[in-house]
Design a protein around this ligand. Structure first.
Ligand code: UD1
Ligand code: PEP
Length: 421
């Protein structure tokens, strides 16, 4: 298992390319199952999660070819409608093959998913929606058995609360349903719009993505297409926070201020400068203290839960006190004890963490606990005095492409070391 050794205190300068969004790439990849023609995807990030989903798609008969960031997927024939536990348990997004396979083949058997251990993460909203669309759903030995022999039917589905995964999953399946599906209280994340753009390029009829009501008119078949995956707003926000923590100036290529939602304004209030540039998002902070700000995580365009841990690292050296409230996942403060090892002063009470800014952090051995928590440790290490050794970095490799190379390229002292244990 690799570790990361980081010596803090070096400001970050230069250009850093933001990869395609993990949380978009995984969904558009699953969309290849909706057509027997070829789907070509550009700007697909080179991540452990992407490789993991490819294993699952190949299990269903998909032929995949990778050339740099271009991925060509051909689901000419779906050879298996079963998504096994051994593959699906490793990643939440792999559950989203159920809808496309069900829509195209009339049946699917998919293991209940895994993913980051940040909460219980049930899939009831997904399954309730498919039932409304006429599917018969049973749970057996950890698998969802879904059947819709006559095909899925359009339905009106009002989600009781916002779910990114359920919105995407039902939107995909509804493209091949008979009739019209209306999703109310739908998620509005940029990745939903990216997926809808890809599906439209494949011939789907979708309106309203990016709002809380999405209408999908089912079509008989979808075709092949070429689609470029949107930039990763979480990677972009994380590097922006790294600049906030340690100072400097980065041009985050392909980045866009609007993708950050309300986090953009929060970062500016903390003292960062964010400027859209023809090549991406320019972020800078020069010598001024980081002003502590309180945030509450919310669905987009609210402050993203996937940036909460990184923001806590930024607040650790803030000028005052910040309250950080997590409303999306019930167990997403696992980074708190690790940040405390570096000297952060954080107290958790229920869903709120109170962060009293300290003048300095000091390097220490720490352990990555989940994907975004790992990035919060990287940010804290970049602005800590001395060396921090982060273990279990396989969490980071799930969602941050070539993190150590990218940070080294802009001046950070960071090395990947092989664990001898
Ligand atoms: C691969 C991917 O895109 N992952 C993202 C996606 O996860 P994911 O799609 O799993 O997140 P959801 O938006 O569905 O989850 C939001 C909340 O709803 C709950 N819930 C969800 C579905 C359901 O059927 N029942 C239920 O109770 C979840 O446990 C969670 O508490 O959106 C999250 C919220 O922005 C992000 O943190 C994840 O990075
Ligand atoms: C929680 C995340 O991923 P997943 O939903 O795949 O666990 C994430 O991307 O921050």
């Amino acid at each position: 298992m690799d570790k990361l050794a980081i010596i803090g205190g070096r400001e970050l300068y230069g250009d850093l390319k933001i990869a395609g969004a993990k949380n978009s790439a995984l969904k558009v990849m699953a969309a290849c199952l909706l057509t027997d023609e070829t789907l070509v995807l550009d700007e697909v990030p080179d991540l452990a999660d992407v490789r993991q989903l490819l294993v699952l798609l190949e299990n269903h008969g998909v032929k995949a070819e990778r050339d740099g960031h271009r991925l060509t997927l051909d689901a000419g024939a779906i050879t298996s409608t079963v998504a096994p536990y051994e593959i699906v348990r490793k990643m939440r997004a792999s559950f989203n093959v159920l809808g496309p396979i069900l829509a195209r083949e009339g049946e699917a058997k998919v293991s209940l998913p895994g993913g980051c251990a940040i909460g219980a993460r049930p899939v009831d909203l997904h399954l309730d929606a498919f039932r409304k669309m006429g599917a018969e759903i049973e749970l057996e030995e950890g698998y969802v058995l879904a059947g819709a022999k006559g095909g899925l039917k359009g339905a009106e589905i009002a989600f009781p609360f916002v779910s990114v995964g359920a919105t995407e999953h039902v939107m995909m399946a509804a493209t091949l349903a008979k009739g019209t599906t209306i999703l109310r209280n739908a998620a509005r994340e940029p990745e939903i719009v990216d997926l809808a753009d890809c599906l439209r390029a494949m011939g789907a009829k979708i309106e309203g993505d990016g709002t809380d009501t999405i209408t999908i008119h089912g079509v008989d078949r979808l075709s092949g297409a070429t689609h470029e995956v949107l930039a990763d707003r979480i990677e972009m926000g994380s590097y922006a926070m790294a600049v906030g923590a340690v100072g400097g100036e980065l041009l985050l290529e392909r980045g866009r201020r609007d993708l950050l939602g309300s986090a953009a304004k929060v970062l500016e209030e903390c003292g960062l400068k964010l400027e859209d540039d023809p090549r991406g998002l320019r972020v800078s902070r020069w010598g001024t203290p980081t002003v502590s700000q309180s945030v509450i995580t919310e669905p987009y365009p609210g402050f993203a839960t996937d940036l909460q841990a990184q923001f806590m690292a930024l607040m650790a050296k803030g000028s005052g006190t910040a309250e950080i409230t997590e409303t999306i996942f019930e167990n997403r403060f696992m980074h708190v004890p690790e940040l405390a090892r570096l000297g952060a002063d954080i107290h958790v009470n229920g869903r709120t963490a109170t962060v009293h800014g300290v003048p300095k952090l000091k390097g220490a051995p720490v352990m990555a606990t989940d994907l975004r928590a790992s990035m919060s440790l990287v940010i804290a290490a970049l602005c800590a005095e001395g060396q921090t050794m982060i273990s279990r970095v396989y969490h980071l490799d799930r969602g941050f492409e070539r993190l150590d190379d990218k940070l080294r390229g802009v001046g950070a002292l960071i090395e990947r070391v092989k664990d001898e244990d």
